[in-house]
Design a binder for this molecule. Structure first.
Ligand code: GDP
Length: 392
């Protein structure tokens, strides 16, 4: 599949940057078009791979932002994006729509710019183009506190209702205790990029006449067509890749059958199981998935029709759905065999419920504090018997 990928806010832009890095490292070509949109000038300077001319600063004339970000205020994030929507739309006019199959809007939901601005950006894309618009949203860690949880719970509602499918990433599930927060983010962004790109880049080159089980973009779109919240699992293994061997030699006539031996089948089946049982981008009950898609990516010499078929049968039972697609994505030069599993429209995701509870508590506390504060200010400036009047 080919994408127009838009990172909104700091986390969104960093993740898109890592996707581009992974693509260039693995010789893929998923993101045909990219943009980073931010309210903070310093954050916009950070990406290594997003071209300078694709970075859009919004809200620089807004009194509350002025190029320094929105201080985690989701309302200001939305306000600033709406005020600069014409500039954003002009940038999206450049999208060569015949070159992309879908759009992906990436944002951290706990802050202000991505959380508030992301849904505004999605609206613009939905109005401008008929192609599906997907969202990728990062759920904040519990340790960040009530305000990020409140931003995330509210933004999640907007994202999920506006996009064609929402892929979640849970920072809590991916946090390693021994790392600093920044180191942790860096590693999470790389892990997430590997999953997204391995999954979504399938079918980006038309190798379908070579690989009989090739996955293509219409399979991915169909799986994501459920709406709702989705999650991704992943596993990879190193392979001895004699890349010079030639794709066609391996896949012509009877040789295919010879290569499709038991050991490849076992390897593929084991890899798919590992991917499904791996840490998902958002932990979820597998059997609550509506549809499932698996991309097995690597050198075609490692593929096995038998392995794919048994993985599909196993998954049908595991996910308790007949809507399971398993296919391959030939990468002749790849030193790895990887399986990326998309569980679409999972309805049992405990972390989302936790965030909602944390958000409700935070909202109540904020309202209480506001009421108390008003009273306290009043007490402070009023004399004991209320004898004094203000000047004007
Ligand atoms: P924004 O620029 O106002 O949208 O805010 P940020 O993107 O800086 O942060 C929003 C949320 O994203 C934070 O509350 C964190 O939960 C998360 N976050 C920030 N940076 C990263 C990152 O690099 N990776 C990941 N996975 N999460 C991040």
């Amino acid at each position: 599949m080919k994408l127009a990928t838009i990172g909104v806010g700091n986390a969104g832009s960093k993740i898109v940057d890592r996707m581009l890095e992974f693509e260039s490292r693995t010789d893929r070509n998923l993101c045909q078009h990219v943009h980073a949109i931010n309210t903070a000038r310093t954050d916009l300077a950070k990406p290594d791979y997003i071209p300078e001319e694709r970075r859009i600063l919004i809200g620089d004339t807004n009194q509350k932002a002025k190029g320094h970000g929105v201080g985690g205020d989701v309302e200001v994030g939305a306000e600033v994006a709406s005020a600069d929507i014409e500039e954003i739309r002009r940038a999206f006019d450049d999208i060569e729509i015949h070159e992309v199959d879908a759009m992906l809007v990436v944002a951290g939901l706990g802050g202000g710019t991505g959380s508030g601005g992301g849904p505004v950006v999605i609206d613009a894309l939905q109005e401008m183009y008929d192609e599906p618009v997907y969202g990728l949203g990062v759920l904040p860690g519990e340790f960040e506190g009530g305000r990020p949880a409140l931003n995330a719970a509210r933004s999640l509602q907007s994202f999920v209702t506006k996009v064609d499918n929402f892929i979640g990433f849970d920072n809590d599930a991916w946090r390693a205790r021994e790392q600093t927060i920044e180191e942790g983010y860096e590693q999470m962004n790389r892990e997430l990029a590997a999953r997204l790109v391995t999954l979504l880049a399938a079918g980006e080159t038309d190798d379908s006449e070579v690989a009989e089980n090739a996955m293509d973009s219409s399979d991915i779109i169909r799986t994501l067509d459920t709406g709702g919240v989705s999650t991704i699992g992943y596993a990879a293994t190193q392979v001895d890749n004699e890349a010079g061997e030639g794709l066609l030699d391996r896949w012509s006539g009877d040789q295919t059958t010879q290569q499709d031996d038991g050991s490849n089948a076992t390897k593929i089946q084991g890899l798919v199981r590992r991917a499904v049982n791996s840490r998902l981008t958002v932990p979820a009950e597998i059997s609550s998935a509506d549809r499932v898609l698996v991309v097995v990516s690597g050198p075609p010499s490692e593929f096995s029709r038998k392995g794919i078929e048994s993985a599909r049968q196993w998954l049908e039972q595991e996910a308790d759905t007949v809507e399971v697609l398993v296919g391959d994505d030939p990468r002749k030069q790849s030193p790895q065999l990887a399986a990326a599993v998309l569980l679409s429209n999972v309805t049992e995701t405990p972390r989302i419920e936790e965030i909602q509870n944390q958000a409700v508590d935070a909202q109540e506390k904020i309202a209480e504090q506001e009421a108390v504060r008003e009273e306290e200010i009043n007490d402070l400036i009023t004399d004991e018997n209320d004898d004094l009047d203000p000047v004007v």
